[in-house]
Design a protein around this ligand. Structure first.
Ligand code: FES
Length: 270
């Protein structure tokens, strides 16, 4: 590993003795996260094409208020300010959004990619003073543990969406009681989404601490010990789960959106 020297620090951002392409990884992360943020923001504000048959886009789940059959409490609420653009996703997407934004892995990734602090190991950064996460504003990142609780609820909602994605209305039917069991490609897309989000959420560092990481000895608590092992197992690949679930949640919305627009056909397996 190349050493960072005082002269490099004086030269400012980007100076290093490293000969490898140290900039490739932060650049790739910057591109991927930017594409994701632009797409998800665009999709969340559309307010249409977020359902197809029994499928509901995970970006809009749970649909608390809305016009589709997935809505819990009926149409757009009267208290929604008239000046504000309406989309059902705006009521819910902030919770998984903040959970991901404050994730320990993503923090490390976007600190490097978006504000080069530092850009990579042994590469000089643009600031001389490091305040870290012990002071405002980054101390707010500690809310991650609270958003973990919300994220666990979202996993339940998304699992319920998979169950609903197994029940299709026959052509021409108007009564939701006429639904019959089936499996479409969309069902699989939503099921994979839950598996990947489960792998990501259940491998969370905060959850690892919660289930047993805070204890000195786990040998006297076998159930806790087993839970700690399971979370630790997922936690070892947290970065991989983070990227796979990020990609798949975006793809799930694209799949349902394009089916709803008539661009793609949803094939029924059963
Ligand atoms: Fe990544 Fe909690 S640390 S989800």
């Amino acid at each position: 590993m190349a050493e960072i020297r005082l002269t490099d620090i004086r030269r400012g951002l980007g100076h290093t003795n490293r000969k490898d392409a140290w900039w490739a990884r932060p650049l790739l992360i910057f591109i991927c996260l930017t594409i994701f943020l632009i797409y998800v923001t665009w999709a969340a504000f559309q307010g249409n094409h977020y359902t197809f048959g029994p499928y509901l886009s995970p970006l809009y789940s749970p649909e608390l208020f809305g016009d589709s059959t997935h809505s819990w409490f009926g149409a757009k609420p009267g208290w929604w300010p008239g000046q504000l653009h309406w989309s059902p996703a705006l009521l819910v997407l902030w919770a998984p959004g903040i959970f991901r934004l404050t994730c320990y892995y993503y923090r490390g990734a976007y600190y490097k990619s978006f504000w080069a602090d530092p850009p990579a190991c042994t590469v000089t950064e643009p600031r001389k003073k490091y305040l870290g996460e012990n002071s405002f504003p980054l101390i707010i990142q500690n809310i991650h543990r609270y958003f973990l609780y919300l994220a666990l609820f979202f996993l339940l909602f998304l699992s319920y969406d998979v169950w609903k994605a197994l029940w299709f209305m026959p052509p021409g039917a108007t009564d939701t009681d006429e639904r019959s069991f089936g499996i479409g490609i969309g069902t699989l897309v939503l099921a994979i989404n839950v598996v990947l989000l489960g792998g990501y959420t259940l491998g969370c560092h905060s959850l690892r601490h919660l289930v047993g990481g805070f204890m000195d000895r786990l040998s006297g608590a076998p159930i806790r010990g087993r839970a700690y092992q399971c979370v630790s197992c997922l936690n070892r690949r947290h970065m991989l789960w983070a990227w796979m679930s990020l990609f798949w949640v975006m793809f799930s919305d694209i799949y349902i959106r394009l089916c709803s627009m008539g661009v793609w056909n949803d094939f029924r397996i059963l």
